[in-house]
Design a protein around this ligand. Structure first.
Ligand code: NAD
Length: 307
């Protein structure tokens, strides 16, 4: 068997088109486009690339982008003051603070300072609590995007065995909550899990969010399973030349694609969905903040996944 490749790039493009059409409608109705503020503290090269990409795509779908680049030595109090200003700014519908933050800043304190209504990353404790109690909320982008890929690949997920490897607050835990909400039987595996390969082999849906290059092997995968590889790892690629690198996931793609029914590639799988979902969340926040119902697209998606 050769797995069907889940095309995250195409799915992300379709989502961005959907968002752009609704942004145009929103802007015509309200006289101003939704706005996304992105805050970057420091010079982390990967973060700079992500922030630039987020800003570019925000503008491409017709939204306003507000970038705040702060020095790595910025005191926590100054960052909290900026967030208070963004919370109060009516032009700003979504606020994203790029992680990781410098060590002298308490990331939890900063994330919890963001108004839950503008928390387009879904990391505020109020949104986390709403997600875990099955209430409507802003959902973390990477897990939400992964659910959209599962929707497009499998349709109804109800009753399927899902295994999530990784229990981080930004990927593993919210992914498990979403799969549970979609009526899957969910196992969360992590660094202390015994017989990880055996646990993975039970999965109809296997989500890898670990950060270890190609850790999940083909023989850990149940034949025909759907594999969502969240991992993004840069590894040396001497075959491309001295000092060159390439991106790989947390799943060993070559062996996995021979067993799985469907699999996301890295790059080109979950990654592109993350920014597209951030734009979708900003559009949703722009509606909800004004007491408006978000576009039908999202209600239909929710009904398919969770209904
Ligand atoms: P994290 O380091 O916060 O969490 C990793 C999790 O993996 C932990 O819960 C840990 O218990 C588990 N783990 C570690 N070693 C393990 C082992 N040997 N066996 C089983 N579990 C183990 O990482 P994260 O922020 O959740 O990110 C995970 C991966 O996803 C990274 O590669 C990251 O770059 C990637 N990521 C991708 C996107 C995207 O847009 N595609 C977004 C966020 C993160």
């Amino acid at each position: 068997m050769t797995a069907r490749i889940i095309d995250g790039k195409a799915q992300a493009e379709a989502l961005r088109k959907e968002v752009a059409a609704d942004v145009a409608r929103f802007t015509a109705a309200h006289g101003a486009a939704p706005g996304l503020a992105v805050v970057l503290v420091g010079e982390d090269p990967a973060s700079r690339v992500y922030v630039a990409s987020k800003a570019k795509q925000t503008v491409e779908v017709g939204m306003r982008s507000f970038e705040h680049r702060l020095d790595a030595s910025t005191p926590e109090a100054d960052l909290l003051a900026l967030i208070a200003r963004l919370n109060a700014d009516d032009a700003v519908d979504g606020i994203l603070v790029q992680l990781p933050l410098p060590k002298h800043v308490d990331a939890t304190k900063v994330l919890d300072a963001i108004s839950p209504a503008k928390d387009v990353d879904g990391f505020h404790v109020v949104n986390v609590g709403r997600l875990s109690t099955g209430q409507s909320c802003l959902v973390p982008c990477t897990p939400y995007g992964s659910m959209m890929l599962l929707d497009a690949t499998l349709g109804k997920l109800s009753g399927l065995e899902a295994v999530v490897v990784g229990r981080s607050n930004i990927v593993g835990k919210p992914m498990a909550q979403l799969l549970l909400k979609a009526n899957c039987t969910v196992t969360v595996a992590h660094s202390r899990t015994r017989d990880l390969a055996g646990v993975c082999r039970r999965a109809d849906i296997l989500v890898a969010a670990v950060g270890i290059p190609e850790m999940v092997k083909g023989d850990w995968i149940k034949p025909g399973a759907t594999v969502i590889d969240v991992g993004i790892n840069r590894v040396p690629a001497p075959e491309k030349g001295a000092g060159k690198t390439r991106l790989v996931g947390d799943v060993e793609f070559a062996s996995a694609e021979r067993v799985a029914g469907a699999i996301t590639p890295v790059p080109g799988g979950v990654g592109p969905m993350t920014i597209a979902t951030l734009l979708a969340n900003t559009l949703i926040a722009a509606h909800q903040r004004r007491g408006l119902i978000p576009p039908d697209f999202f209600a239909a998606l929710d009904a398919r996944l969770f209904g």
